[in-house]
Design a protein around this ligand. Structure first.
Ligand code: IPM
Ligand code: MN
Length: 385
């Protein structure tokens, strides 16, 4: 009997509403082509736009289904603007929808935010590199750091005069994320430069107490993993090395807020935010989402690159496959990756963000047409097997 997985689908706002339906089409296509698993998708509106209409960020059923019933969550992006172009905000001034993203990460303890950075041939990049030289995963601690909800504002007179965000680093979370990083390194083939399995701890331990603890715990954990090179970098120097010698990196681990920043640079190295997927992984649950935001200015044009969302769906299949020992889910994930690679290599069908450099002369395809091409490639790959 086929494994059935329940998936909460939360497109959210802006281009999330364009790319997530396309990712779902790809998931439905691959489910049709490869037997052995079924995805039961449950779609819910949520985010800033939902908040504008209903004064809450998501319906109750969306919240309870995502937190209690779903095997995995596929999220688009949150953040909306109103008719006058103002960002939709909550009474506490945070962007409406953020409690969904951050809330799910915290409440479901999705402690590892995994962001692969891989350059696929056929993708133009701002820093020219051979595609084989960029293949790493960035792992961002996802439950504490500057994102710990310990913050406040002090008003004196009629204006806010002081604001604090407390950065929390614990031994527990540092150890958990370091172990996760080393385990991922075991399963990989090492850095493109030298084939060495390497985990780089990115921090600011020359100054910050929390980073000193993070690095110390990382070092202790590294001593229990023989044959993996434990590597260290301060975050400021790391960003320049990342651009200069990306081939050196294999697995990177960083505290939450540094992870947020370096993964946008990672996205640029692999061709932009339209190419960058992510998975928020816990010990039992997981949520997958493209690294990009809701990009309200681009919404409604059917022009956003769906690849980051589709790759996030493929990461979801891989995670489900590994967790449930489902060979068909793993094969489905591989097949989606292969189809994307072949479509990009072929070159002619691509969204506008990928039409520059060598591909400047190509007429951009829409979000939907690019997805159609990926789906037809999936069908061809399966029928050729
Ligand atoms: C990300 C985003 C989020 C973050 C926002 C939407 C809260 O930038 O996933 O990288 O800061 O983590
Ligand atoms: Mn970010």
């Amino acid at each position: 009997m086929a494994d059935v997985f329940k998936i909460a689908v939360l497109p959210g706002d802006g281009i999330g509403r364009e790319v997530i339906p396309q990712a779902v089409r790809v998931l439905e296509a691959i489910e049709d082509e490869i037997s052995g698993f079924e995805l039961e998708t449950h779609l819910f509106n949520c985010g800033g736009e939902y908040y504008r209409k209903h004064r809450r960020e998501w319906p109750e059923e969306a919240e309870s289904f995502s937190k209690e019933e779903a095997d995995a969550i596929l999220l688009g992006a949150v953040g909306a603007v109103d008719s006058s172009g103002e960002e939709v905000r909550l009474p506490d001034n945070n962007l409406a929808g953020y409690n969904i993203v951050i809330g799910l990460r915290m409440e479901l303890e999705l402690y590892a935010n995994v962001r692969p950075v891989r350059l696929i041939p056929g993708v133009p990049v701002p820093v020219k590199k051979e595609s084989e030289s960029i293949d790493m995963i960035m792992i961002r601690e996802n439950t504490e750091g500057l994102y710990a909800p310990i913050r406040g504002k002090l008003s004196r007179g009629r204006r806010i005069d002081l604001a604090t965000d407390v950065r929390v680093i614990t031994r527990f979370a540092s150890e958990r994320i370091a172990r996760y990083a080393f385990e991922r390194a075991i399963a990989r083939k090492g850095a493109p430069k030298d084939g060495v399995k390497r985990v780089t701890c990115v921090d600011k331990s020359n100054l910050l107490a929390g980073c000193q603890l993070f690095r110390q715990v990382f070092t202790e954990v590294s001593q229990t993993y023989e044959g993996i090179h434990a590597d260290f970098a301060y975050v400021d120097s790391f960003v320049q090395w990342l651009v200069r010698k990306p081939e050196y990196y294999d697995v990177i681990v960083a505290p939450n807020e540094f992870g947020d920043i370096i993964t946008d640079l990672g996205a640029a190295l692999q061709g932009g935010l339209g190419m960058a997927p992510a998975g928020n992984i816990g010990s039992d649950k997981a949520m997958f989402e493209p690294v990009h935001g809701s990009a309200p200015a681009h919404y409604g044009k059917n022009s956003a690159n769906p690849v980051a969302a589709i790759l996030s769906g493929a990461m979801m299949l891989e995670w489900l496959g590994e967790k449930n020992k489902s060979k068909s889910c793993l094969l489905a994930s591989e097949t989606v990756h292969k189809a994307i690679e072949e479509v990009l290599k072929d070159g002619k069908i691509r969204t506008s963000d990928l039409c520059w450099g060598e591909w400047a002369g190509i007429k951009p395809s829409s979000t939907k047409v690019m997805t159609d091409k990926i789906i037809s490639r999936i069908k061809e790959i399966v029928s050729e097997r």
